[in-house]
Design a protein around this ligand. Structure first.
Ligand code: NIG
Ligand code: FE
Length: 414
């Protein structure tokens, strides 16, 4: 379908020569075109310009959209989710209101183990249907690309089942999807007396199948207090690389776990969470190509303290933002709310938050060539807002639905 969008008040992230990542002061620079047009052909952006310079003849387009008083944004790239899961966990939500902590619930067999028990009893078809429903939901929120993790199987069959579901989602959803293997999400109860046996299962049984069947793009480990140690993480990440899987890990959510250091040592594409980030961790990240990714809705939902985003940007780091959409610590996939949290709770400027949720989160899922900006030649995944006064209005009006029209890979979705 050939689409022309005209009279756009502001095209956000319209960078003709985008950088792969934006760090430090660069994060507050957001290239925009005012009173402009975008043309879309064969799923890609074929032209971007200002109205006053003229635009292509309307006759050659199947559809012309008048976006007067509206903003066009590149689709959000949600680089960290767990949206394949069985059942919700609002019981634990109430337990936390009554005073139990996330870690206490996990130690009592709740948390990730609770989700694993349910997932192993749920069929592949049911998992596919419910995850597809969540994908359709986040598409309406403006997400055009999403990374999805396994990690609620915690058995050879369960993990492979989850990754097969993600493979089917890749085939059936218009969204761009990356799959991450997270067998090392928690130690299953039966392996608690001998955790090394479970780590051996990941390394010697799960990874070879996943590598052979090409079921994942990345390898993750929950490197944190009470979950996986630095040494265990190191061994699993090295084994992942042997099957072609670059690391992309959970680190420093519950403590200074060494996860950032072990992630950087293993050339992780991203290290995610980072509530516990100090000077040492910042120094390590500055000397790397690893994208620090913050998930502020987890801190919001679990009542943790927020990662030191301001300090990290001021030290010259890039930052990405993602939802962590999962049934335990962040049961929401609304990227706009993540931006509001980033601004209100972590003192990021709206421009910084937008760059973190587009350019830098595209990098954090390995899709910088096609996503993250509105640039000729990139995939035409973008959304058009309702009439709004400014860019700042988007994180300011938290909870509101400001999206009027969504285009994914050149097709009008809603
Ligand atoms: O990213 N931190 C580890 N894993 C998930 C939570 C998963 C769960 O509680 O089900 C997270 O927060
Ligand atoms: Fe997560």
């Amino acid at each position: 379908m050939k689409i022309l969008i005209e009279n756009i008040k502001t095209i956000v992230g319209a960078n003709p020569v985008p950088q792969e990542t934006l760090a430090g002061k660069e994060m507050s620079v957001l290239p925009c075109v005012h009173n402009g047009w975008i043309s879309i052909e064969d799923g890609n952006i074929s032209g971007v310009g200002e109205m006053k310079e003229g635009m292509p003849a309307k006759a050659k387009f199947d559809k012309v959209i008048n976006a007067e008083r509206r903003f066009a944004f590149p689709s959000w790239c949600d680089s960290h989710t767990h949206i394949v899961y069985a059942g919700s966990r609002e019981g634990e939500f109430v337990d936390r209101i009554k005073g139990l902590s996330y870690e206490e619930i996990a130690r009592n067999g709740g948390g990730i183990l609770n989700s694993a028990e349910r997932l192993n009893k749920t069929s592949e078809d049911e998992l596919f249907e419910s995850a597809m429903h969540r994908l359709n939901e986040i598409t309406k929120y403006g997400t055009g690309a999403v990374e999805i993790k396994s990690g609620y199987g915690l058995s050879v069959e369960g993990e492979i089942k989850m990754l097969r579901v993600i493979k089917r989602l890749k085939e059936h959803s218009p969204l761009t999807i990356k799959a991450t293997f997270l067998g090392a999400h928690a130690i299953p109860v039966k392996y608690k007396p001998n955790r090394q046996e479970y780590i051996d299962l990941i390394i010697n049984e799960m990874l070879p199948i996943i590598g052979k069947e090409k079921l994942a793009d990345y390898c993750d480990v929950f490197c944190d207090r009470g979950f996986f140690t630095e040494d265990e993480t190191d061994a699993i990440l090295q084994a992942g690389w042997k099957h072609g899987l670059q690391p992309k890990i959970h680190a420093n959510e519950l403590d200074y776990s060494g996860g950032i250091q072990v992630g950087v040592k293993n050339k992780a594409l991203s290290v995610d969470h980072l509530e516990f980030t100090g000077d040492e961790e910042i120094k390590t990240l500055l000397a790397s190509k690893t994208m620090p990714t913050l998930l502020p809705s987890t801190a919001f939902f679990l009542g943790l303290h927020y990662p030191p985003a301001r300090k990290m940007i001021d030290a010259g780091l890039p930052l990405a933002l993602a939802t962590d959409y999962n049934p335990g610590s962040s049961p929401s996939g609304r990227m706009a709310f993540i931006l509001s949290l980033a601004c209100v709770k972590m003192k990021m400027l709206p421009e910084e938050a937008i760059n973190a949720a587009t350019v830098n989160s595209a990098y954090a899922m390995g899709i910088s060539d096609t996503h993250g900006t509105i640039t000729v030649g990139k995939t035409a995944s973008l959304f058009i807002t309702h009439p709004i006064p400014s860019i700042n209005y988007l994180p300011y009006s938290f909870g509101s639905d400001l999206i009027e029209q969504v285009i994914v890979e050149g097709e009008i979705i809603s």
